[in-house]
Design a protein around this ligand. Structure first.
Ligand code: FAD
Length: 438
């Protein structure tokens, strides 16, 4: 919708934020705290109703917004153990890393989005944000090339700045001509279950005490050789478990995402963790596989800033899946930019482009550059089958005392490599690519 310039100047709010996920709530909260009038529009009947994350939140960025985030917010467990697990159909090889230093200061926590997003939205309301759940933004209102508001059904709302925090499918970014329809290669589908288990059972099965938690990043047979990975995270009295599958590869292999999810949960190394559990939630959501490629586009238009998944800020390195911390970091940068624009009354493109500079000062801009090779590295099909099998064959050679004379590790490794379809050169290349990309 387009309006004349004199109509455009009548703003109902300083800022309209579209989307009540992590990015939208953090942006809205920061701006309300700075004394701005803010409306947060969320299409879900309740904040968080439509949102899904695996659930490990690298949460230190939240302390810039809520200094007592870890104690006040509904977080589940504090992650002090990280396990990288290579699965083959009949084996698992784990790198199990526990570190007391990860407990203090708290580095990462598990969260359930329905609870977290409801809490974030309540903080926004307490700070003076007008939260409008159950309303879907349909379109931007333009005055020339300036974004001056949004339409939602019959309603029109005007503001000096609009912040699009509408997630991975951001139709606002598409409508503003910033993002085209993403190629399937840039996207993945996540399928996740939350399974209830008694607290003491979780602590016994995963060797945890108190509020400590563990995060498994799994590669190999969990995805039935589809590019992607599995995850398993402990909550207080449930586990979050699922798979993330690159869309193009899933389609090429002709598998369904729910079948791959079920295959992972039934794996003999995984099923015992879940035994006697009760399914609480099951959901599917798109996620970004190649964030660094997606963020090559613009992030602004006059009067418009794009944050979080809507902008492409997600990083999957195979070791970690990060989106929520980047959503929060980009929202802080956007709120700073919007505040400066409101101070000066300048909502031009040049003013909005200050956002890129703000991002560049933070871990968000830096990490998107540092990990720009990670998606290409994760395209290597060897990661999803041969590597796990090779590792387990080497260890089988070491631990299987079948009364044949023992061989040194190098001979055992070479024998396993001979059996593998992978060559030494391919393995060396993979190792070098991993060191460079991750
Ligand atoms: C399976 C899976 C596992 C993941 N695991 C992790 C993890 O462990 N750790 C991590 O940090 N990240 C993880 N991520 C990524 C993470 O979930 C996202 O990066 C994060 O949710 C982005 O936050 P956001 O606020 O930008 O978008 P979202 O959380 O998607 O929020 C967007 C909001 O906008 C609303 N909305 C959309 N369109 C409109 C509209 N037109 N009008 C009004 N409202 C609208 C939606 O309802 C939603 O509430 C995972 C993602 C998936 C799918």
């Amino acid at each position: 919708m387009t309006v004349e310039p004199d109509e455009a100047s009548e703003a109902d709010f300083d800022v309209i934020v579209i989307g009540g996920g992590v990015a939208g709530c953090v942006a809205a909260y920061q701006l309300a705290k700075a004394g701005r009038s803010v409306v947060l529009i969320e299409r879900g009947a309740e904040p968080g109703a439509k949102n899904l994350s695996g659930g490990v939140f690298y949460s230190r960025v939240m302390e810039q917004v809520f200094p007592d985030f870890v104690t006040d917010a509904p977080v589940e467990r504090r992650i002090t153990r990280n396990v990288l697990s290579f699965l083959s159909p009949a084996s698992s090889v784990n790198i199990d890393y526990w570190d007391e230093r990860l407990a203090s200061p708290v580095n990462a926590v598990t969260v359930l989005r329905a609870r977290l997003d409801a809490w974030l939205s309540a903080q926004c309301e307490a700070a003076g944000v007008m939260v409008m759940p159950g309303v879907r933004v349909d379109a931007l209102i333009m005055s020339g090339d300036q974004v001056v508001g949004v339409t939602a059904g019959e309603d029109e709302l005007r503001a000096h700045v609009v912040i699009a925090a509408d997630g991975v499918n951001s139709f606002i970014a598409q409508q503003a001509g910033i993002r085209a329809k993403e190629p399937m290669k840039h996207l993945a589908v996540g399928v996740k279950s939350v399974i209830r288990l008694p607290r003491e059972v979780i602590e016994q099965r995963f060797h945890l005490t108190g509020d400590e938690g563990v995060a498994y990043a799994v590669v190999g047979d969990c995805t039935q050789s589809v590019a992607g990975g599995g995850f398993l995270y402990t909550n207080v009295d449930s586990v979050s478990i699922g798979v993330v599958l690159r869309l193009d590869d899933l389609a090429a292999k002709g598998l369904s995402s729910s079948e791959v999810h079920d295959h992972f949960l039934a794996h003999p190394a995984i099923a015992p963790f879940l035994a006697d559990g009760e399914l609480l939630e099951y959901g599917c959501h798109l996620t970004i596989e190649d964030g660094p490629q997606m963020v090559t586009h613009d992030l602004t238009r006059p009067g418009l800033l794009i944050v979080g998944d809507a902008a492409g800020f997600t990083l999957n390195t195979g070791l970690t899946i990060r989106g929520m911390d980047l959503a929060a970091g980009s929202a802080i940068a956007a709120a700073t930019t919007a505040n400066k624009a409101l101070d000066t009354g300048d909502f031009s493109l040049a003013s909005m482009e200050g956002y890129r500079a703000e991002l560049g000062k933070t871990f968000v801009g830096a990490d998107m550059k540092t990990y720009d090779r990670a998606p290409a590295f994760l395209e290597n099909p060897l990661m999803y089958g041969e590597v796990g099998q090779l590792l387990s064959d080497v260890l089988y050679g070491v631990f299987n005392h079948d009364l044949t004379p023992r061989k040194h590790l190098i001979a055992t490794a070479l024998k396993a490599l001979k059996k593998s379809p992978m060559t030494i050169i391919q393995m060396a290349k993979l190792a070098v690519a991993a060191v460079r990309a991750l």
